[in-house]
Design a protein around this ligand. Sequence first.
Ligand SMILES: *[C@@H]1O[C@H](CO)[C@@H](O)[C@H](O)[C@H]1NC(C)=O
Length: 256
Amino acid sequence: MILILQLLLALSLRADGYDWYQVLNCAFSSSDLSDLEFIDTFYFNKDPVIRFNSTVGRFVGFTEFGVHNAERWNKGPFLQQERAELDRYCKPNVKLDITHILEKTVKPKIRLTSEKQASQGHPALLMCSAYGFYPPAIDMYWLRDGEKVTSDVVSTEEMADGNWYYQIHSHLEYTPTSGEKISCVVEHASSKKPIIVDWGGSFPDSDRDKIFIGASGFVLGIILSTAGFLYYKKKSPGQIRESSADIDPSGVLMSD
Ligand SMILES: *[C@@H]1O[C@H](CO)[C@@H](O)[C@H](O)[C@H]1NC(C)=O
């Protein structure tokens, strides 16, 4: 990864449609700053005129005017000042930017859902989604009983939300077998360990809901019929006793 920090110094002179300005660059590609470079370029309109490059160690001119002034500046105190800028200006600022911008990470929120349940001859479809992470570099894959799944996986690219956060999605098509464990794994700079989310059920949410509603209806039915039966039992003995009271006297008569 090439990391370039560029600071545009507000040292710009504009007159009659002409623009003379200076651009300061601190460029590096490694976070240990071993290749950090200070580049100070003076432009006239869009053309570079003079440039100081810390690796070169002196001013270089690109136009006649630039060559003339580069020669002059290379003999003066400005050269010593520019040579000190790598340590004075670039190093502390780049270190701050590395810790506060480049190394900043935000952990993704993972969601594992069933898009389609397996039915006669058709495989199931699971979707793993990671939301709200930064930086965009991420690795999302599936495990089947601990083994990395290499086929029947379709993944999107990291998608920018437009607010520095990113999202990514992966689909797994599989034919469920009992006792098997399916997991979605996410590896991201925000977490030292891989983030593993296990697929909780063999039923997708919608089917689980249907089963729940069915079971609730069944339980409610049992409760209501039990209540009805108890009500019936409570009422009936009274009626029987009433009728037996009618019979009893005749029984008394008979024993007489
Ligand atoms: C600065 O000089 C080095 C050595 O010549 C060169 O590799 C590098 O590309 C230069 N950087 C710029 C921005 O011109």
